[in-house]
Design a protein around this ligand. Structure first.
Ligand code: NAD
Length: 492
C-alpha cells in the first residue's frame, strides 16, 4: 500500500481533474508486480487542455520578477527535502530503486537541481555587442512560452527536476508527460509546487501513453519547445512530430558508454567505479558504462575481481536498507534484458556471471536480473546495442590506438570513462573520445552546474549548467538608433 493516496486524476491548471476519456493506467510495483494504484490516463484532448492552461499562465510567470520566480523554486527545494522519507518510499515502490540509492542520490539530487536553478532564475543576463556609432544593440533572453517535456521511467523523480527546474527558472510554463510506468513522483512534485505557491497553470502533469499523449504533446502547434528523454527510436518520432510548427527540440537519448581500464589503473578504484557505472539503478541509465574495455595486461585480474564484486551485490526488496540492487522497472524490460544474454551466447560470447533471473523464491515475482558480465567481440549485438540493464559487455585491447578505436566504435556518444594514472593519456582521450561527457578515474558523476547531453545518436541540446538556460530561452536582438538621426544606410 502507498502511504499517500493518489487521486486518479490529471494535474491541469492548478487542479486535479478527470481525464476526458475516463480511462486509467495501473501502476505496478516491480518488486512483486502487485498493483500500487491506478492513475488517470491522459489522452490527446487532455494534452490540449493542459496546453491551454499553460498558455494562459506563461505570460504571467514569464514576466514575474525573476527573483520572485527563483524564490518559489528555492522554496520547492526546501519542501522536497522536508518530504525526503515520503519521496524515497514513493520512488522505491514505483521504480524499484533501492531506498539506499534514493536516499543518497535521487532525492538529494532532485532538491539540489531545483535549488541550483532557483538561484539561476535572476542571473540569465543578456549582452550588448558593440555595433555602429549612434546605435545601441542589446540582446536579451526571453522564455519560449509553453514547453512540452517527456520523461522516461528510469529516474522519474530526478529527471522531473532536470526538466522542470531550468524551464521554470527561465520563465516558461510546462506540460510534462511522465512515463506511463512511473508517474507517481512527478504527480507528487506538481502537488508540492502548488503548495509552495507556483501559480496555477505554470506546471501541468498529464500521465499517459507515449504514442497518444506524448505524440500529441510533440506535435502540438502551441508548444514552442519539446524536451525529450528516452530511446533514440522514440526521439526520431518526436523530431518528426515536431516539424508541424518547427518547435525547438532537445533530445537526451540512448548510450553505449565506453569505460576504459588501462594497464596503469588503480584497480580497486576502477572496479568500484565500473560497478557503479553499470550496476547502479540496475544498469537502467543512459550514461551506464556498458562497454568495459580492458587492457589485455590487466584483463584477467580485473575480470576475476569484477565478477566477484558483481556476485556479491545484494539483490532484494527496494524498501530494505540493506538492498543494493532492486528489480528492473517492468516485466517486459526484464525479459528484454534476459534475452540479450542468449543473443550474446548465440554470437559466440561468454557469460562470465549472471545472465539470468535470481533463483531465490523471495525474488521470483519481481523483475530481477542478476548482475551480468559478458565477454564479446566488437561487432556483436551486445557490443553495439543499448541493453539498459545490469549487463556489462567486456572487450580487450592491446594499445591506446585500439582502445580509442573501440571506444568510438558506436553511433552513440553520451557518457564515457577512463581509468589511468597517465595524465597526458587521460587528456588525450578526453579530447578524442566522441562523447558529451568524459569521466577520468570516476564514472557517472553529475552536477546541476555541468552540462549533460550527448553527441551523435545520443541526441542534441544539453540539460543543466548555463547551457540549459539557452535551451529554454530565445535570444532577442533589439536595435536602438538612440540619437534618432537617419541611420547611415539611408543617407543619400
Ligand atoms: P521510451 O523512448 O520508450 O519512452 C520515453 C518517453 O517517451 C515515455 O514517457 C514514453 O511514454 C514516451 N513516448 C513513447 N512513444 C512516444 C511517441 N511516439 N511520442 C512521444 N512520446 C513517446 O524510453 P524508455 O524505455 O522510457 O526509457 C529508456 C530509454 O531512455 C533508453 O534508451 C535510455 O538510454 C534513454 N534515456 C536517455 C537519457 C539521457 O539523458 N540521454 C536518460 C535516461 C534515459
Amino acid at each position: 500500500m502507498l502511504k499517500k493516496a493518489f487521486q486518479n486524476k490529471l494535474f491541469i491548471g492548478g487542479e486535479w481533474v478527470d481525464g476526458i476519456a475516463g480511462a486509467t493506467i495501473p501502476v505496478l510495483n516491480p518488486y512483486d508486480n502487485s498493483e500500487l494504484c491506478e492513475i488517470a490516463e491522459g489522452r490527446a484532448e487532455d494534452i490540449d487542455r493542459a496546453v491551454e492552461a499553460a498558455k494562459a499562465a506563461a505570460p504571467v510567470w514569464g514576466r514575474m520578477n525573476a527573483s520572485d520566480r527563483g524564490r518559489l523554486i528555492l522554496k520547492l527545494a526546501d519542501r522536497i527535502e522536508e518530504c525526503t522519507e515520503e519521496l524515497i518510499e514513493l520512488e522505491a515502490r514505483d521504480t524499484g530503486h533501492p531506498v539506499r540509492d534514493a536516499r543518497k542520490l535521487d532525492v538529494p539530487r532532485t532538491a539540489a537541481c531545483f535549488r541550483y536553478f532557483g538561484g539561476m532564475a535572476d542571473k540569465v543576463e543578456g549582452f550588448l555587442p558593440p555595433v555602429y556609432p549612434g546605435m545601441l544593440n542589446y540582446v536579451q533572453r526571453e522564455p519560449i512560452g509553453v514547453v512540452g517535456q517527456i520523461v522516461p521511467w528510469n529516474f522519474p523523480l530526478m529527471f522531473t527536476s532536470w526538466k522542470m527546474a531550468p524551464a521554470l527558472a527561465a520563465g516558461n510554463a510546462i506540460v510534462i508527460k511522465p512515463s506511463e510506468l512511473t508517474p507517481l513522483s512527478t504527480l507528487r512534485i506538481a502537488e508540492l509546487m502548488h503548495e509552495v505557491g507556483i501559480p496555477a497553470g505554470v506546471v501541468n502533469v498529464v500521465p499517459g501513453y507515449g504514442h497518444i499523449a506524448g505524440q500529441r504533446l510533440a506535435e502540438h502547434p502551441d508548444v514552442g519547445k519539446i524536451a525529450f528523454t528516452g530511446s533514440t527510436a522514440t526521439g526520431r518520432r518526436v523530431v518528426e512530430a515536431s516539424a508541424g510548427n518547427l518547435k525547438k527540440v532537445q533530445l537526451e537519448l540512448g548510450g553505449k558508454g565506453p569505460n576504459i581500464v588501462f594497464e596503469d589503473a588503480v584497480i580497486p578504484a576502477a572496479i568500484g567505479g565500473s560497478a557503479f557505472g553499470i550496476f547502479h539503478n540496475q544498469g537502467q541509465a543512459c550514461i551506464a558504462g556498458s562497454r568495459i574495455l580492458l587492457h589485455e595486461k590487466i584483463a584477467d585480474e580485473f575480470l576475476e575481481k569484477f565478477a566477484g564484486f558483481a556476485k556479491s551485490i545484494r539483490l532484494g526488496d527496494p524498501l530494505d536498507p540493506a538492498t543494493e540492487m532492486g528489480p528492473l522497472t517492468s516485466k517486459m524490460h526484464q525479459e528484454r534484458v534476459l534475452e540479450f544474454s542468449k543473443i550474446a551466447v548465440d554470437q559466440g560470447g561468454e557469460v562470465i556471471t549472471g545472465g539470468k533471473a535470481p533463483e531465490a523464491e523471495a525474488l521470483s515475482k519481481g523483475c530481477f536480473v542478476e548482475p551480468t558480465i559478458v565477454k564479446a567481440k566488437p561487432g556483436d549485438r551486445v557490443a553495439r546495442e543499448e541493453v539498459f540493464g545490469p549487463f556489462a559487455t567486456v572487450m580487450t585491447f592491446s594499445d591506446d590506438d585500439e582502445a580509442l578505436a573501440l571506444a568510438n566504435d558506436t553511433a552513440y556518444g553520451l557518457g564515457s570513462g577512463l581509468w589511468t594514472r597517465n595524465l597526458p593519456r587521460a587528456h588525450k582521450f578526453a579530447r578524442d573520445i566522441h562523447a558529451g561527457m568524459v569521466w577520468i578515474n570516476c564514472y557517472k558523476v553529475v552536477h546541476p552546474g555541468s552540462p549533460f547531453g550527448g553527441f551523435g545518436e545520443s541526441g542534441y541540446g544539453r540539460e543543466m549548467g548555463f547551457e540549459v538556460m539557452r535551451e529554454y530561452t530565445q535570444p532577442k536582438s533589439v536595435w536602438v538608433n538612440y540619437d534618432a538621426q537617419i541611420p547611415p544606410h539611408y543617407e543619400r
